[in-house]
Design a protein around this ligand. Structure first.
Ligand code: NAD
Length: 286
């Protein structure tokens, strides 16, 4: 049987989640995605109308098939956690079962099990503010959407993950080196995500024979990255200063994810793997 993957955090064809979905599809996996509720409508409509057909092309010429799109809001674990104003918001009211627990239950009901869990989402409402100007609620929101969301996803999907399976998340070097401009507690959220990768690798390894790794990716002009405001500068900085002076392609991150969740990486767990043209190794910009 081929593997089945659930990829949380795909809402267009520009981000890392999409590239990971493609790389997994190319390796023969069945693709389920979790899409943020407010972005669901436009994503499904664009998908249906063929807007992504060009970027659905796999190396063998076939088109990636997304077998199901699940609405998801990873800041809520179960219906009791959803505040009234969100529940009644018209972008949310049109969908159902989008808390993490409900999404996992629905996947279990419809597909039984998965082999691969991908977390490719982040959100920091105050990302453009320096840490010193970040509010408590902004900081906690960044952690909730970008770090605890992974703990919650793994917790709820682990019971339906087949032993030998693996999970992947996406992190950024701002967790360990100062990147001015990556604010709002997002650097803190990535530090938490990387630390949690180790602890969760131990717990999920022992509990379910599941591997847990994170990819520290270089800059990509995704929708989320554009919201931060200086992504073009980061891409240029990387191009000038990294050991490999080439554009970083989302597919290179996708391919690494496909490797890390495959049996080729069967002894790799708890790791932060850099896919950044080597930029993280530099100590001096030249
Ligand atoms: P993206 O916009 O493609 O992905 C972010 C996704 O998160 C979006 O689809 C958005 O709808 C979703 N999302 C936000 N809040 C959510 C929530 N509460 N519930 C469910 N989904 C939610 O952008 P991307 O840059 O590809 O981001 C994917 C991951 O890669 C993130 O973890 C990001 O921090 C990480 N990353 C990005 C870069 C970069 O330069 N783009 C670099 C390193 C790491």
């Amino acid at each position: 049987r081929g593997k089945r993957a659930f990829i949380a955090g795909v809402a267009d064809d520009n981000g890392y989640g999409w590239a990971i979905a493609k790389a997994l599809a190319a390796s023969g996996a069945e693709i389920l995605v979790g899409t943020w509720v407010p972005a669901l409508n436009i994503f499904e409509t664009s998908l249906r109308r063929g807007k992504f057909d060009e970027s659905r092309k796999l190396p063998d010429g076939s088109l990636m098939e997304i077998v199901k799109v699940y609405p998801l809001d990873a800041v809520y674990d179960s219906p009791e956690d959803v505040p009234e104003d969100v529940k009644t918001n018209k972008r949310y009211a049109g969908s159902s079962n989008w808390t993490v627990k409900e999404a996992a239950e629905l996947v279990k009901k419809e597909y039984g099990s998965i082999d691969i869990l991908v977390h490719s989402l982040a959100n920091g409402p105050e990302v453009t503010k320096p840490l010193l100007e970040t509010s408590r609620s902004g900081y906690l929101a960044a952690i909730s959407a970008s770090s605890y969301s992974f703990v919650s996803l793994l917790k709820h999907f682990l019971p339906i993950m087949n032993p030998g399976g693996a999970s992947i998340s996406l992190t950024y070097i701002a967790s360990e080196r100062t990147i001015p401009g990556y604010g709002g507690g997002m650097s803190s959220a990535k530090a938490a995500l990387e630390s949690d990768t180790k602890v969760l690798a131990f717990e999920a390894g022992r509990k379910g024979k599941i591997r847990v790794n994170t990819i520290s990716a270089g800059p990509l002009g995704s929708r989320a990255a554009k919201a931060i405001g200086f992504i073009e500068k980061m891409i240029e900085y990387s191009y000038v200063n990294a050991p490999l002076q080439k554009e970083l392609l989302a597919d290179e991150v996708g391919n690494t994810a496909a490797f890390l969740v495959s049996p080729l990486a069967s002894a790799i767990t708890g790791s932060t793997v850099y896919v950044d043209n080597g930029l993280n190794t530099m100590g001096l910009a030249v």
